[in-house]
Design a protein around this ligand. Structure first.
Ligand code: COA
Length: 260
């Protein structure tokens, strides 16, 4: 498969994947998700790949979320299908990748972008990065595992606050609450990610894969939670608030929600 929306380069047994839609702050459109599914399937099976670094093009954004312009007219069923398909082909595939995956968060990681970073095994953020799950400001909820993975990383109280307020937090706060592993200067993000993976590369690959499976199993109780998230995400698409939220974003104005 030739990629139009991502860059992929294998160097010293590390696969560097860059989401490459800088003009749209690397927002995840359908084609990008298809390419990510393909490249992670390759990373999972290719022996030469011993670790993966996922980042976004440019200095401004890691990923600013799912591409709002693509789903603005979706129905409830289409919304649910969007979430379910993304979960399986990309987000769960990254979490279950037998090779360690580090998110190099070089800027905004919002909505689906933060969900993508949270599906990775380890997160390194630039001190300039901002993170949040702003979906409720669109009349939506996170649909790519965010309600479950954020809760697992930072606890229920902080997760509900972040999701319900739609507030962005600084990289420094993200490190304090356990959302990211390290915060470094923007110029040091890739180096820190490489340092971690170069250490893991020296360890037994079968044992590393086994450790990933075992740690993931610790969160297995979330399986029902993912299903609830997918259904609730789909239902949001049937509300007038969702139509108002996405229209307001696309028209670059504040949303006026009616609660209907
Ligand atoms: N989906 C589609 N397009 C997006 C996008 C998204 N999630 N995030 C940003 N873009 C686009 C903008 O529409 C704009 O496109 P344009 O130049 O063709 O008008 C371009 O990327 C640059 O973004 P802009 O909003 O002009 O930059 P900014 O510096 O003013 O604001 C953000 C940056 C990240 C605060 C703002 O883009 C934002 O809030 N994005 C949406 C975040 C979000 O709600 N994500 C969850 C989606 S479920």
């Amino acid at each position: 498969m030739t990629y139009q929306n991502i860059l992929s380069e294998l160097k010293n047994n590390l696969l560097y994947i860059t989401i490459n839609r800088e003009q749209k702050l690397n927002a995840l459109n359908k084609d990008t998700l298809i390419e990510l599914a393909d490249v992670f399937a390759f990373a999972s099976t290719e022996k030469e790949v011993k670790g993966v670094i996922l980042t976004g093009a440019g200095e401004k954004a890691f990923v600013a979320g799912a591409d709002i312009s693509e789903f603005s007219s979706y129905t409830t069923d289409q919304g649910e299908a969007l979430a379910r398909n993304g979960h399986v082909t990309v987000f769960d595939a990254i979490e279950n990748c037998p090779k360690p995956v580090v998110a190099a968060i070089n800027g905004f990681a919002l909505g689906g972008g933060l969900e993508l970073a949270m599906a990775c095994h380890i997160r390194v953020a630039a001190d300039t990065a901002k993170m949040g799950l702003p979906e409720v400001s669109l009349g939506l909820i996170p649909g790519y595992g965010g309600t479950q993975r954020l809760t697992a990383l930072v606890g229920k109280g902080r997760a509900i606050e972040m999701i319900a307020t739609a507030d962005m937090i600084s990289a420094e706060k993200a490190e304090r609450i356990g959302l990211v592993n390290y915060v470094v200067l923007p110029s040091e993000v890739m180096g820190k990610a490489e340092e971690i993976l170069n250490k893991i590369k020296m360890r037994g690959p079968l044992a590393v894969a086994a450790a990933i499976r075992a740690v993931n199993a610790a969160g297995a109780i979330a399986a029902d939670g993912f299903e609830v998230e997918i259904e609730e995400f789909g239902k949001c698409f049937g509300t007038a608030d969702f139509k108002e939220g996405v229209t307001a974003f696309l028209e670059k104005r504040k949303a006026d929600f009616k609660g209907a």
